[in-house]
Design a protein around this ligand. Sequence first.
Ligand code: GTP
Ligand code: MG
Length: 331
Amino acid sequence: MPTNLPLQYHKAEERFKAATDINEKIAHLRDMMAIMPHHKATNKIRGELRKKLSALNEQLETSKKSKKGGPNPWFVPHGETPQVLLVGAPNCGKSSLLDTLTNAEPVVAEYPFSTTLPQPGIMTWEDVNIELVDTPPIMQVPLEHWILDQARAADAVLLVADLGAPDCCEAVEMIAGGFEERGLRLVSEVNPEDEFSAHNERRTMLIANKADHPDAPVNLEFITELVGGRWPRVVISCGEEQGLEGFAHSVFDLLQLVRVYTKVPGKPPDMKAPYLVPIGATVLDVAGKVHRDFLQSFASAKIWGSGKFDGQTVERGHVVRDGDILEIHTR
Ligand SMILES: Nc1nc2c(ncn2[C@@H]2O[C@H](COP(=O)(O)OP(=O)(O)OP(=O)(O)O)[C@@H](O)[C@H]2O)c(=O)[nH]1
Ligand SMILES: [Mg+2]
Protein backbone atom coordinates (compact mmCIF):
# COMPACT_ATOMS: atom_id res chain seq x y z
CA MET A 1 0.00 0.00 0.00
CA PRO A 2 1.51 3.35 -1.01
CA THR A 3 -0.24 5.24 1.79
CA ASN A 4 -1.57 4.87 5.32
CA LEU A 5 -5.24 4.05 4.93
CA PRO A 6 -7.78 4.32 7.74
CA LEU A 7 -8.47 1.12 9.68
CA GLN A 8 -12.08 1.26 8.47
CA TYR A 9 -10.88 1.02 4.90
CA HIS A 10 -9.16 -2.29 5.70
CA LYS A 11 -12.30 -3.52 7.43
CA ALA A 12 -14.44 -2.63 4.40
CA GLU A 13 -11.85 -4.42 2.25
CA GLU A 14 -12.12 -7.55 4.41
CA ARG A 15 -15.90 -7.47 4.03
CA PHE A 16 -15.49 -6.94 0.28
CA LYS A 17 -13.22 -9.97 0.02
CA ALA A 18 -15.54 -12.12 2.13
CA ALA A 19 -18.73 -11.17 0.22
CA THR A 20 -20.01 -13.63 -2.35
CA ASP A 21 -23.03 -11.70 -3.62
CA ILE A 22 -22.28 -9.10 -6.35
CA ASN A 23 -24.63 -6.51 -4.81
CA GLU A 24 -22.90 -6.87 -1.44
CA LYS A 25 -19.48 -6.71 -3.07
CA ILE A 26 -20.51 -3.48 -4.79
CA ALA A 27 -21.79 -2.06 -1.47
CA HIS A 28 -18.48 -2.81 0.30
CA LEU A 29 -16.45 -1.50 -2.63
CA ARG A 30 -18.47 1.73 -2.52
CA ASP A 31 -17.69 1.94 1.21
CA MET A 32 -13.98 1.54 0.43
CA MET A 33 -14.16 4.28 -2.19
CA ALA A 34 -16.04 6.58 0.16
CA ILE A 35 -13.54 6.06 3.00
CA MET A 36 -10.47 6.44 0.76
CA PRO A 37 -8.91 9.87 1.33
CA HIS A 38 -8.57 12.03 -1.79
CA HIS A 39 -4.95 12.98 -2.39
CA LYS A 40 -2.17 12.30 -4.83
CA ALA A 41 -0.86 9.21 -3.04
CA THR A 42 -4.24 7.47 -3.29
CA ASN A 43 -4.88 8.25 -6.99
CA LYS A 44 -3.63 4.87 -8.12
CA ILE A 45 -5.70 2.84 -5.65
CA ARG A 46 -8.79 4.92 -6.39
CA GLY A 47 -8.27 4.21 -10.10
CA GLU A 48 -8.03 0.47 -9.37
CA LEU A 49 -11.18 0.58 -7.23
CA ARG A 50 -13.07 2.39 -9.99
CA LYS A 51 -12.00 -0.32 -12.45
CA LYS A 52 -13.17 -3.05 -10.06
CA LEU A 53 -16.49 -1.25 -9.58
CA SER A 54 -17.16 -0.92 -13.29
CA ALA A 55 -16.26 -4.62 -13.80
CA LEU A 56 -18.71 -5.60 -11.04
CA ASN A 57 -21.39 -3.31 -12.47
CA GLU A 58 -20.92 -4.94 -15.86
CA GLN A 59 -21.22 -8.37 -14.22
CA LEU A 60 -24.41 -7.18 -12.54
CA GLU A 61 -25.84 -5.93 -15.83
CA THR A 62 -25.01 -9.23 -17.56
CA SER A 63 -26.64 -11.25 -14.81
CA LYS A 64 -29.75 -9.01 -14.99
CA LYS A 65 -29.93 -9.57 -18.75
CA SER A 66 -29.47 -13.32 -18.43
CA LYS A 67 -32.46 -13.31 -16.03
CA LYS A 68 -31.15 -16.46 -14.38
CA GLY A 69 -31.71 -15.30 -10.83
CA GLY A 70 -28.55 -13.52 -9.64
CA PRO A 71 -28.47 -10.42 -7.48
CA ASN A 72 -31.66 -8.48 -6.94
CA PRO A 73 -31.51 -5.17 -8.86
CA TRP A 74 -34.42 -3.89 -6.72
CA PHE A 75 -32.39 -3.91 -3.54
CA VAL A 76 -29.35 -1.85 -2.49
CA PRO A 77 -27.74 -3.71 0.44
CA HIS A 78 -26.72 -1.70 3.48
CA GLY A 79 -22.94 -1.53 3.91
CA GLU A 80 -21.17 0.13 6.86
CA THR A 81 -22.15 3.59 5.59
CA PRO A 82 -25.46 4.91 6.99
CA GLN A 83 -28.18 4.50 4.38
CA VAL A 84 -30.99 6.99 3.80
CA LEU A 85 -33.85 6.36 1.40
CA LEU A 86 -35.37 8.99 -0.91
CA VAL A 87 -39.05 8.35 -1.56
CA GLY A 88 -41.75 10.39 -3.25
CA ALA A 89 -44.29 10.78 -6.02
CA PRO A 90 -43.25 10.90 -9.70
CA ASN A 91 -41.25 13.95 -10.74
CA CYS A 92 -40.91 15.43 -7.22
CA GLY A 93 -37.12 15.74 -7.62
CA LYS A 94 -35.63 12.65 -5.92
CA SER A 95 -33.09 12.03 -8.66
CA SER A 96 -32.26 15.74 -8.85
CA LEU A 97 -31.29 15.54 -5.17
CA LEU A 98 -29.15 12.46 -5.74
CA ASP A 99 -27.54 14.20 -8.69
CA THR A 100 -26.83 17.44 -6.81
CA LEU A 101 -25.70 15.99 -3.49
CA THR A 102 -23.83 12.80 -4.35
CA ASN A 103 -21.27 11.30 -6.71
CA ALA A 104 -24.00 9.40 -8.59
CA GLU A 105 -25.23 10.39 -12.04
CA PRO A 106 -28.91 9.45 -12.15
CA VAL A 107 -31.36 10.18 -14.93
CA VAL A 108 -33.16 13.47 -14.22
CA ALA A 109 -36.04 14.16 -16.59
CA GLU A 110 -39.12 16.30 -17.05
CA TYR A 111 -41.22 13.20 -17.61
CA PRO A 112 -42.37 11.01 -14.68
CA PHE A 113 -41.05 7.47 -14.03
CA SER A 114 -37.59 8.36 -15.28
CA THR A 115 -36.08 6.30 -12.43
CA THR A 116 -36.72 2.61 -12.93
CA LEU A 117 -34.51 0.99 -10.26
CA PRO A 118 -33.14 2.04 -6.85
CA GLN A 119 -29.79 3.79 -7.22
CA PRO A 120 -27.29 4.75 -4.49
CA GLY A 121 -24.88 7.67 -4.22
CA ILE A 122 -22.57 8.94 -1.48
CA MET A 123 -23.20 12.33 0.13
CA THR A 124 -20.64 13.74 2.55
CA TRP A 125 -21.07 15.96 5.58
CA GLU A 126 -17.72 17.01 7.05
CA ASP A 127 -15.91 13.66 7.46
CA VAL A 128 -19.05 11.51 7.36
CA ASN A 129 -20.30 9.58 4.35
CA ILE A 130 -24.02 8.97 4.01
CA GLU A 131 -25.48 6.77 1.31
CA LEU A 132 -28.60 8.21 -0.33
CA VAL A 133 -30.73 5.72 -2.26
CA ASP A 134 -32.92 7.17 -5.01
CA THR A 135 -35.99 5.12 -5.89
CA PRO A 136 -38.60 4.78 -8.60
CA PRO A 137 -41.69 6.86 -7.81
CA ILE A 138 -44.54 5.72 -5.59
CA MET A 139 -47.86 6.15 -7.34
CA GLN A 140 -50.31 4.05 -5.39
CA VAL A 141 -50.97 1.84 -2.43
CA PRO A 142 -50.57 -0.92 -1.45
CA LEU A 143 -46.84 -0.31 -1.61
CA GLU A 144 -44.74 -2.87 -3.41
CA HIS A 145 -42.49 -5.19 -1.41
CA TRP A 146 -39.20 -3.83 -2.73
CA ILE A 147 -39.79 -0.36 -1.26
CA LEU A 148 -40.72 -1.86 2.11
CA ASP A 149 -37.59 -4.03 2.09
CA GLN A 150 -35.41 -1.07 1.18
CA ALA A 151 -37.00 1.18 3.82
CA ARG A 152 -36.51 -1.50 6.49
CA ALA A 153 -32.85 -1.86 5.46
CA ALA A 154 -32.31 1.91 5.58
CA ASP A 155 -31.56 3.95 8.69
CA ALA A 156 -33.86 6.83 7.75
CA VAL A 157 -36.25 8.08 5.09
CA LEU A 158 -36.41 11.37 3.21
CA LEU A 159 -39.99 11.88 2.06
CA VAL A 160 -39.82 14.28 -0.87
CA ALA A 161 -42.83 16.52 -1.61
CA ASP A 162 -43.25 18.47 -4.84
CA LEU A 163 -44.31 22.03 -3.93
CA GLY A 164 -45.18 22.59 -7.58
CA ALA A 165 -47.74 19.77 -7.71
CA PRO A 166 -51.38 20.51 -6.90
CA ASP A 167 -51.72 17.11 -5.19
CA CYS A 168 -48.50 17.29 -3.13
CA CYS A 169 -50.34 16.87 0.21
CA GLU A 170 -52.28 13.85 -1.02
CA ALA A 171 -49.07 12.27 -2.30
CA VAL A 172 -47.34 12.69 1.09
CA GLU A 173 -50.37 11.27 2.94
CA MET A 174 -50.68 8.38 0.50
CA ILE A 175 -47.02 7.40 0.85
CA ALA A 176 -46.90 7.69 4.67
CA GLY A 177 -50.22 5.79 4.86
CA GLY A 178 -48.90 3.15 2.47
CA PHE A 179 -45.91 2.44 4.73
CA GLU A 180 -48.07 2.39 7.84
CA GLU A 181 -50.54 -0.01 6.25
CA ARG A 182 -47.62 -2.38 5.69
CA GLY A 183 -46.35 -2.11 9.24
CA LEU A 184 -43.62 0.54 8.92
CA ARG A 185 -44.32 3.93 10.51
CA LEU A 186 -42.52 7.02 9.28
CA VAL A 187 -41.80 8.94 12.47
CA SER A 188 -39.72 11.83 13.78
CA GLU A 189 -38.05 9.82 16.58
CA VAL A 190 -37.08 6.18 16.92
CA ASN A 191 -35.96 4.61 20.15
CA PRO A 192 -33.05 2.33 19.14
CA GLU A 193 -33.23 0.62 22.56
CA ASP A 194 -36.79 -0.47 21.85
CA GLU A 195 -36.74 -3.47 19.49
CA PHE A 196 -40.29 -2.89 18.27
CA SER A 197 -39.55 0.72 17.42
CA ALA A 198 -36.23 -0.15 15.75
CA HIS A 199 -37.95 -2.75 13.57
CA ASN A 200 -41.22 -1.01 12.77
CA GLU A 201 -40.36 2.68 12.65
CA ARG A 202 -38.05 4.76 10.52
CA ARG A 203 -36.89 8.29 11.29
CA THR A 204 -38.22 10.51 8.55
CA MET A 205 -37.64 14.04 7.34
CA LEU A 206 -39.97 15.83 4.93
CA ILE A 207 -38.15 17.46 2.04
CA ALA A 208 -40.33 20.15 0.51
CA ASN A 209 -38.76 20.60 -2.93
CA LYS A 210 -39.33 23.06 -5.80
CA ALA A 211 -39.62 26.06 -3.47
CA ASP A 212 -38.97 28.19 -6.56
CA HIS A 213 -42.28 27.12 -8.15
CA PRO A 214 -44.96 29.86 -8.31
CA ASP A 215 -47.43 27.60 -6.42
CA ALA A 216 -44.88 26.73 -3.72
CA PRO A 217 -46.02 29.26 -1.05
CA VAL A 218 -49.62 28.07 -1.07
CA ASN A 219 -48.70 24.38 -1.24
CA LEU A 220 -46.24 24.87 1.60
CA GLU A 221 -49.07 26.29 3.70
CA PHE A 222 -51.22 23.24 2.95
CA ILE A 223 -48.34 20.90 3.76
CA THR A 224 -47.63 22.70 7.02
CA GLU A 225 -51.28 22.37 8.04
CA LEU A 226 -51.37 18.72 7.10
CA VAL A 227 -48.03 17.61 8.47
CA GLY A 228 -47.62 20.01 11.39
CA GLY A 229 -44.78 18.80 13.57
CA ARG A 230 -45.07 15.18 12.46
CA TRP A 231 -41.61 15.15 10.90
CA PRO A 232 -38.70 17.59 10.81
CA ARG A 233 -38.84 19.49 7.56
CA VAL A 234 -36.53 21.29 5.16
CA VAL A 235 -37.69 23.55 2.33
CA ILE A 236 -35.43 23.54 -0.70
CA SER A 237 -35.24 24.15 -4.38
CA CYS A 238 -32.99 21.57 -5.90
CA GLY A 239 -33.37 23.20 -9.30
CA GLU A 240 -32.24 26.60 -8.03
CA GLU A 241 -29.87 25.05 -5.47
CA GLN A 242 -31.58 26.90 -2.60
CA GLY A 243 -31.63 25.64 0.98
CA LEU A 244 -29.08 22.93 0.28
CA GLU A 245 -26.15 24.32 2.35
CA GLY A 246 -27.31 22.72 5.58
CA PHE A 247 -28.96 19.72 3.92
CA ALA A 248 -26.31 17.08 4.59
CA HIS A 249 -25.97 18.30 8.18
CA SER A 250 -29.75 17.95 8.69
CA VAL A 251 -29.60 14.40 7.36
CA PHE A 252 -26.73 13.61 9.74
CA ASP A 253 -28.82 15.03 12.62
CA LEU A 254 -31.73 12.87 11.54
CA LEU A 255 -29.55 9.78 11.88
CA GLN A 256 -28.89 10.57 15.57
CA LEU A 257 -25.28 9.45 15.41
CA VAL A 258 -22.06 10.63 16.99
CA ARG A 259 -18.54 10.42 15.59
CA VAL A 260 -15.76 8.86 17.60
CA TYR A 261 -12.10 8.76 16.55
CA THR A 262 -9.55 6.28 17.80
CA LYS A 263 -5.86 6.34 18.58
CA VAL A 264 -3.25 3.78 19.51
CA PRO A 265 -1.04 4.53 22.54
CA GLY A 266 1.84 6.85 21.72
CA LYS A 267 0.48 7.70 18.27
CA PRO A 268 -1.63 10.62 17.04
CA PRO A 269 -5.35 9.88 16.59
CA ASP A 270 -6.72 8.66 13.27
CA MET A 271 -8.89 11.62 12.31
CA LYS A 272 -9.58 10.36 8.77
CA ALA A 273 -12.61 8.15 9.27
CA PRO A 274 -14.68 8.32 12.46
CA TYR A 275 -16.64 5.43 13.90
CA LEU A 276 -20.33 6.22 13.87
CA VAL A 277 -22.39 5.10 16.87
CA PRO A 278 -25.90 6.03 18.05
CA ILE A 279 -26.28 8.96 20.45
CA GLY A 280 -26.09 7.47 23.94
CA ALA A 281 -23.59 4.75 22.92
CA THR A 282 -20.86 3.83 25.38
CA VAL A 283 -17.12 3.39 25.18
CA LEU A 284 -17.72 -0.39 25.02
CA ASP A 285 -20.07 0.05 22.02
CA VAL A 286 -17.28 1.87 20.18
CA ALA A 287 -14.72 -0.76 21.20
CA GLY A 288 -17.03 -3.46 19.78
CA LYS A 289 -17.19 -1.56 16.49
CA VAL A 290 -13.41 -1.32 16.28
CA HIS A 291 -13.07 -5.06 16.85
CA ARG A 292 -15.63 -7.61 18.04
CA ASP A 293 -13.00 -9.26 20.23
CA PHE A 294 -12.64 -6.01 22.19
CA LEU A 295 -16.09 -6.67 23.69
CA GLN A 296 -14.44 -9.51 25.64
CA SER A 297 -10.93 -8.17 26.08
CA PHE A 298 -11.79 -4.53 26.92
CA ALA A 299 -9.92 -3.32 30.02
CA SER A 300 -10.25 0.49 30.01
CA ALA A 301 -10.03 3.48 27.72
CA LYS A 302 -8.59 6.95 27.73
CA ILE A 303 -10.74 9.69 26.33
CA TRP A 304 -10.15 13.12 24.86
CA GLY A 305 -13.28 15.25 24.58
CA SER A 306 -16.08 14.25 26.90
CA GLY A 307 -13.81 13.37 29.82
CA LYS A 308 -13.20 15.70 32.76
CA PHE A 309 -9.73 16.26 31.33
CA ASP A 310 -7.88 15.11 28.21
CA GLY A 311 -6.60 11.56 28.45
CA GLN A 312 -8.89 10.69 31.40
CA THR A 313 -9.29 6.95 32.00
CA VAL A 314 -12.94 5.96 31.67
CA GLU A 315 -14.98 2.81 32.25
CA ARG A 316 -16.80 0.81 29.59
CA GLY A 317 -20.14 2.47 30.43
CA HIS A 318 -18.95 6.03 29.78
CA VAL A 319 -21.26 7.66 27.20
CA VAL A 320 -19.33 9.05 24.24
CA ARG A 321 -19.96 12.41 22.63
CA ASP A 322 -19.53 13.64 19.07
CA GLY A 323 -15.85 14.29 18.35
CA ASP A 324 -14.44 12.18 21.19
CA ILE A 325 -11.07 10.50 20.69
CA LEU A 326 -10.69 7.10 22.32
CA GLU A 327 -7.61 5.05 23.17
CA ILE A 328 -8.76 1.52 23.93
CA HIS A 329 -6.75 -0.75 26.25
CA THR A 330 -7.37 -4.48 26.26
CA ARG A 331 -6.44 -7.29 28.63
N1 GTP B 1 -38.65 24.13 -10.77
C1 GTP B 1 -37.99 23.11 -10.23
N2 GTP B 1 -37.85 21.96 -10.92
C2 GTP B 1 -37.18 20.95 -10.35
C3 GTP B 1 -36.63 21.04 -9.05
N3 GTP B 1 -36.06 19.86 -8.74
C4 GTP B 1 -36.23 19.07 -9.82
N4 GTP B 1 -36.90 19.71 -10.79
C5 GTP B 1 -37.30 19.23 -12.10
O1 GTP B 1 -38.35 18.27 -11.93
C6 GTP B 1 -38.26 17.26 -12.93
C7 GTP B 1 -38.24 15.88 -12.29
O2 GTP B 1 -37.02 15.73 -11.57
P1 GTP B 1 -36.45 14.30 -11.15
O3 GTP B 1 -35.30 14.57 -10.25
O4 GTP B 1 -36.19 13.48 -12.36
O5 GTP B 1 -37.70 13.74 -10.35
P2 GTP B 1 -37.88 12.28 -9.72
O6 GTP B 1 -38.60 12.44 -8.44
O7 GTP B 1 -36.59 11.56 -9.68
O8 GTP B 1 -38.84 11.63 -10.81
P3 GTP B 1 -39.15 10.04 -11.04
O9 GTP B 1 -37.84 9.34 -11.20
O10 GTP B 1 -39.99 10.02 -12.24
O11 GTP B 1 -39.88 9.62 -9.82
C8 GTP B 1 -37.00 17.57 -13.74
O12 GTP B 1 -37.37 18.29 -14.89
C9 GTP B 1 -36.19 18.46 -12.81
O13 GTP B 1 -35.33 19.34 -13.51
C10 GTP B 1 -36.79 22.28 -8.35
O14 GTP B 1 -36.34 22.47 -7.22
N5 GTP B 1 -37.47 23.26 -8.99
MG1 MG C 1 -36.03 9.84 -10.52
